[in-house]
Ligand binder design. Structure first.
Ligand SMILES: NC(=O)c1ccc[n+]([C@@H]2O[C@H](COP(=O)([O-])OP(=O)(O)OC[C@H]3O[C@@H](n4cnc5c(N)ncnc54)[C@H](OP(=O)(O)O)[C@@H]3O)[C@@H](O)[C@H]2O)c1
Length: 323
């Protein structure tokens, strides 16, 4: 079969002939792959830098973590790859697949799934979002952030505040459900003052963070209390585009009713992952098929994978490889 194969961590994937994978037991199934999105997770796994990467297993490895594929009887499903999915054939777990609704394209389904994990799992299970909550999304300008804005509204958020460095993308988010914009492209003092004022006017219940780094430090500092009762805020770290480390003063932490947690592979319970496949993804695929969840994609061909790997993607779009 043809496949995108990584021979060296941090190199470019190569379009080559590669042996077909074999289902190892009854829990696995061989599928024909149709579309695979390339996300930050695939890039960091391919580079061997993601925390879930198996650093030793780097030679001649098919990349791509999940995608849309056909079962032997032609049923179209979204699945998580056991073998790499940027290939004509892959093996997936039978227990972790979702049958796709008619009217939803392969490309949209492939692009949407990981962003739903990065948005809905954080909002529902880590932030325990409630109707009427005020939600702040830090790094909302990325693909996953844009999906999070929409899902927060679908889950009943009263107000969604978006923060990020990209002014044009921040403006786009107004048309996608965001109610208030805060640009992180300002001096620390001004940014802190704007965040503090926003929290005073509309106490923030939930923060979904895709950046971490300095902007997360500023947001956490803006929650700091003065020794009396504070509003409870549930802060969920989902990504770290702005850096993996922050400084957080213990006094800051003690001064506020703060729940600080993370959402990602390893932080979810078995039941929560079960609900992702039985409820959350099916609902979001239906909403996307009905035009109620909107995303932007760029479709490319597997044969061009080496040239496309470092392609400059327009803001808020997802690269999807069709096979
Ligand atoms: N844990 C999970 O379940 C899960 C699931 C999905 C995603 N994620 C993570 O969430 C993060 C965002 O994913 P995504 O799909 O939205 O990625 P994406 O579409 O590539 O978007 C990245 C966003 O980060 C911004 N950004 C990049 N570097 C930055 C920096 N140094 N400072 C401030 N902003 C910066 C970009 O802003 P510009 O537009 O200005 O370039 C863009 O808005 C990634 O870390 C990803 O791994 C986690």
């Amino acid at each position: 079969m043809k496949a995108a194969v990584m021979y060296q961590n941090g190199g470019l994937p190569q379009y080559v002939d590669f042996p077909e994978p074999i289902a190892q037991n009854n829990d696995e199934v061989l599928v024909t792959v149709k579309a695979v999105a390339i996300k930050q997770l695939d890039r960091s796994k391919a580079a061997g830098t993601h925390y879930s990467s198996e650093a030793k297993n780097v030679n001649g490895r098919v990349i791509g973590g999940d995608g849309v594929c056909l079962l032997a009887d032609g049923t179209r499903v979204y699945g998580i790859g056991i073998s790499g999915m940027l290939a004509e054939k892959a093996t997936i777990e039978k227990s972790r697949m979702v049958v796709l609704p008619a009217g939803l394209s392969d490309v949209v389904a492939a692009a949407l799934a990981n962003a739903v994990m990065g948005a809905a799992m954080a909002l529902r299970f880590k932030a325990d979002i409630q109707p009427g909550d005020v939600v702040l999304i830090n790094g909302a300008t990325g693909f996953t952030g844009r999906v999070a804005v929409q899902i927060a509204k679908l889950y009943g958020a009263k107000k969604v505040i978006v923060t990020g460095r990209n002014e044009k993308s921040l403006q786009d988010l107004i048309g996608m459900g965001a109610d208030e914009i805060i640009s992180t492209q300002q001096e620390d003092e001004q940014l802190l003052a704007q965040l503090t004022e926003t929290h005073r006017n509309s106490p923030i219940d939930v923060i979904i963070d895709y950046l971490w780094g300095h902007t997360a430090e500023m947001i956490l500092a803006s929650l700091k209390g003065k020794g009396s009762f504070t509003h409870k805020t549930r802060f969920v770290s989902v990504g770290s585009m702005g850096g993996d480390l922050i400084q957080l003063s213990a006094a800051n932490l003690r001064s506020v009713d703060l729940q600080l947690t993370g959402s990602g592979l390893g932080s979810w319970s078995k039941d929560q992952v079960g609900l992702l496949f039985s409820e959350i993804l099916p609902e979001m695929f239906q909403l996307a098929a009905a035009g109620k969840l909107r995303i932007k994609t760029i479709e490319v061909q597997l044969a061009n994978i080496a040239d496309l790997w470092n392609l400059d993607i327009p803001d808020g779009h997802r690269l999807v490889v069709t096979i």
